[in-house]
Write a protein that binds this ligand. Structure first.
Ligand SMILES: Cc1ncc(COP(=O)(O)O)c(C=O)c1O
Length: 458
């Protein structure tokens, strides 16, 4: 008999979590203005708010923490990090930052000007925020298939070459660079194929443009290339990663995802002019160039995390857990963005809560219902997160409205996945009775989902 699949690690340290009663949760979510970001973590039983900075580091990473060099300038920990990044990507210029959005802030301060257009595949919200905050336009060129959650295509994160070519042909002078987000978080943790990466490179070359990878989940993307794209089965993850970055000019990285650290990020590039242009902003916003907002010990852990998580076994364990949860949801007929993404499952809320009008935010309503059901905290990736149109100030209802269940790396077991699946089934079973959603009582002008306040729609 073939042996079943099991994790490529064993557990060395545990942290208790606590269940609560429905009455307690009713009270807590009301006090949080029905925004799960405002809940206290101790009031959450299973936390799927994000996979960002919430993973469990390895024993080697913790050992690296003890060896951190905390020198202000020229710390060996910086060179450990720089060497690892250069080895994996081929990029020689590295600027550490405290997290991914800081990398965007530093680099975009140099690259993005008012009136610019930055095409890309479903820009992540902070990326969009850093573009729109500079009065530039984040121009989405994701393939249309990504909008149909029930369509099974292997690389649903791809950029549409026709859309990309059109915007370049019409606005080339306004475009400072192209962004490729690997994997495409907003479209459901969906990967971008190597073929697509190469197509984008060719189009960029035709118009003399550079390509920036938003790389938070580059290793998961490489896993999907290995397992889904012809010609890559026999390559190692590290070989695939190198081939991906051979087609890019630079990267911003939120290391809190695929490097499995609690905090960290960086910019890396092959171009001296990008490095020279950005480095002053690093000193201004983050810190000196060899720490950029990170401790020496954090840079050591990050270097080791990058090395470990570009190995197949680690990625297989991670992605198989997401697939496991997907299979459980399939048993109950719960609709999610198909196929299962790399770091999360994205439930198609308007397909579940068919009676809740879009103006009352179905995905936010489902998020609250799941919390009330079992103390599970997911996250709305939908109409609230989409913010208002910067010109008309209308809500943007054009995209998907999803409840994201992000799975932290190496944190929960498949027993927890079973609890999540059954809790969601219970909500699904009573979906016909859920007819009203929420209305906004307060919101910030940009990136409102973190702080938005809501009340039940009347
Ligand atoms: C694709 C992508 N880019 C950028 C970021 C921003 O990174 P950070 O949260 O480290 O600032 C994230 C965070 O979730 C992300 O998923």
């Amino acid at each position: 008999m073939e042996l079943p699949f099991a994790e490529s690690w064993k557990i060395k340290m545990v942290e208790p979590i606590r269940k609560s009663t429905r009455e307690e949760r009713e009270q807590w979510i009301k006090e949080a203005h029905y925004n799960v970001f405002q809940l206290r973590a101790e009031h959450v039983y299973i936390d799927l708010l994000t996979d960002s900075g919430t993973g469990s580091m390895s024993d080697r990473q913790w050992a690296g923490m003890m060896l951190g060099d905390e020198s202000y300038a020229g710390a060996s920990s910086f060179f450990n990090l720089k060497n690892m990044i250069s080895r994996l990507t081929g990029f020689d210029y590295v600027i550490p930052t405290h997290q991914g959005r800081a990398a965007e802030n530093v680099l975009f301060s140099y690259l993005v000007k008012e009136g610019d257009i930055v095409p890309g595949n479903s820009h992540f919200d902070t990326t969009k925020g850093h573009i729109e905050g500079r009065k530039a336009i984040a121009w989405d060129v994701t393939i249309d298939e990504a909008k149909d959650t029930q369509l099974e295509v292997p690389f649903k994160g791809n950029l549409d070459p026709k859309k990309l070519e059109k915007v370049l042909a019409e606005h080339a002078d306004k475009i400072p660079f192209i962004i490729v987000t690997v994997t495409n978080n907003t479209a459901g943790g969906q990967p971008v194929s190597m073929k697509n990466i190469k197509e984008v490179r060719a189009i960029a070359d035709k118009y003399g443009k550079r390509v920036l990878f938003d790389s938070a989940r580059f290793a998961e993307n490489a896993y999907f290339i290995k397992t889904r794209e012809e010609g890559y089965q026999d390559k190692t993850i590290k070989e695939i990663v190198k081939e991906m970055f051979d087609n890019a000019d630079g990267m911003t990285m939120s290391a809190k995802k695929d490097a499995i650290v609690n905090m960290g990020g960086f910019i890396a590039t092959r171009h001296q002019d990008w490095f020279e242009g950005a480095k002053g902003f690093c000193v201004q916003f983050e810190g000196y160039l060899t720490y950029g907002g990170m401790n020496g010990r954090d840079m050591n852990a990050l270097a080791i995390g990058l090395d470990e998580n570009t190995e197949f076994d680690n990625l297989e364990t991670r992605i198989k857990q997401v697939e496991y949860l997907a299979k459980r949801l399939d048993e109950f007929g719960i609709p999610y963005q198909r196929p299962a993404g790399g770091h999360a499952l994205f439930i198609d809320a308007p397909k579940v809560l068919t009676h809740v009008p879009k103006e009352e935010f179905p995905a936010q309503t489902l998020t609250v219902e799941l919390y009330l059901e079992a103390g599970i905290r997911g996250c709305e990736i939908g109409y609230i997160l989409a913010d208002r149109d910067p010109v008309t100030r209308e809500n943007r209802f054009g995209g998907l409205d999803l409840l994201r269940l992000a799975i932290p790396r190496r944190v929960y077991t498949n027993n927890h996945m079973d609890v999540i699946a059954v809790a969601l089934k219970n909500v699904y079973d009573r979906r016909e009775q859920i007819t009203r959603g929420f209305q906004i009582t307060w919101e910030a002008p940009l990136m409102r989902h973190f702080t938005v306040q809501l009340e039940r729609a009347k």
